[in-house]
Ligand binder design. Structure first.
Ligand code: TXA
Ligand code: MG
Length: 324
């Protein structure tokens, strides 16, 4: 993989200044970026993704210096989180100051994050402004973790795709809302609830009654492959596998670890073995789902991971991907 040269980064920044769309790598997933201060450019993001206009976008920055321009009322604890976790896979929902309503989906709050990826940071520095960017996939689909995923899904709808290799984290950022009295976890990610609570020193609400917050990451069905996808505990998984393969339905099974390498001989059956640590699993998940989704299986099955905090982000994505 060749990292973009500084002249390509400058070209990308110039494209953004001229209202273009630039896809770029972050440590979580690839983003589809536009100048956050240019509502016309931002509307192009919604069009390219087929995303409803009332779903807010995250504003990406390269330093917290200009945070006060985009958001207001940053509390001491918000600053503590920012200092501790940025650059990194944490999005803070704050009260809006100058972030355009096109970006915030008409809401008085704004999502901000400083990504931890050299290409994203180089682009943000060269552009020297906020870049509004959702994940670079069609609305409701699995997020891209490689440049080729963006090319396959959005191709000619983007002016430029910057290469940055496979994303290190692999699932989208943790989203924490700080606009109410008590902080609320809106989307689990690789930064865990307890890590956030430790830095904040206060409790975070998770069972969000999110009726008033428009966040597609919170829709029950999101991040979905096109193929039917089911997640089961190991015993049910094997039963379902045998049932499907027995009736000749082409079935892929995502096991966790190599423990279940012994598989019944059946031409309809394709086992695959996912990593047994949550970070490694998360890194691979979307790429594997994409691959299996294109391979014309009748059904995709996955073994459900343990119900522990370390697996929370993976469990969340598996649940949404299997929901229809
Ligand atoms: O890791 C990530 O967060 C990636 C990379 C590219 O930064 N971005 C990403 O963006 O996942 P997107 O748009 O696919 O998901 C962002 C989520 C959406 O569910 C959106 O509704 C929510 O953040 N969000 C953004 N601004 C918000 C706000 N003001 N209030 C509530 N939710 C917000
Ligand atoms: Mg997304």
């Amino acid at each position: 993989m060749q990292e973009p040269s500084s002249s390509l980064i400058n070209t990308a920044a110039e494209l953004l200044r001229n209202g273009g769309l630039v896809a770029f790598p972050t440590e979580t997933v690839y983003g589809l970026g536009a100048n956050a201060s240019d509502p016309v450019a931002v509307r192009r993001i919604f069009a390219a993704k087929g995303r409803p206009a009332d779903h807010p976008l995250i504003v990406h920055l390269h330093s917290p210096e200009n945070l006060d321009f985009w958001a207001k009322d940053m509390t001491a604890s918000a600053w503590r989180l920012a200092e501790h976790f940025w650059p990194g896979p944490l999005t803070l929902i704050l009260k809006r100051r100058n972030a355009p309503l096109t970006v915030t989906g008409g809401q008085e709050t704004v999502g901000i994050r400083i990504p931890d990826h050299p290409v994203a940071l180089a682009l943000l520095k060269a552009f020297d402004g906020g870049i509004a960017a959702p994940s670079a996939n069609r609305f409701g689909r699995v997020s891209p973790t490689r440049a080729k995923h963006v090319r396959a899904e959005l191709g000619d709808r983007v002016d430029l795709i910057l290469e940055g290799g496979p994303c290190r984290v692999g699932v989208e950022s943790t989203i924490l809302s700080l606009v109410n009295d008590q902080p609320r976890l809106l989307r689990p990610g690789s930064i865990s609830l307890s890590a956030l609570q430790q830095v904040l020193g206060t409790e975070i609400i998770t069972s969000a009654s999110v009726g008033d917050i428009r966040a597609p990451g919170l829709l029950k069905s999101h991040y979905t492959p096109e193929t039917r996808f089911e997640v089961h505990p190991i015993h049910d998984l094997k039963r379902r596998r045998d049932e499907l393969a027995g009736s000749g339905i082409r079935t892929a099974v995502m096991f966790i670890g190599a423990e279940h390498r012994e598989q019944p001989e059946n031409p309809a059956l394709t086992p695959c073995f996912m990593p047994d640590t949550p970070a490694e699993y998360a890194r691979k998940l979307y790429a594997v789902l994409r691959l299996l989704d294109r391979a014309e299986f009748g059904v995709l099955l996955a073994e459900s991971p343990p119900d522990t905090e370390a697996w929370q982000a993976v469990n969340d994505r598996l649940k949404r991907a299997s929901c229809r």
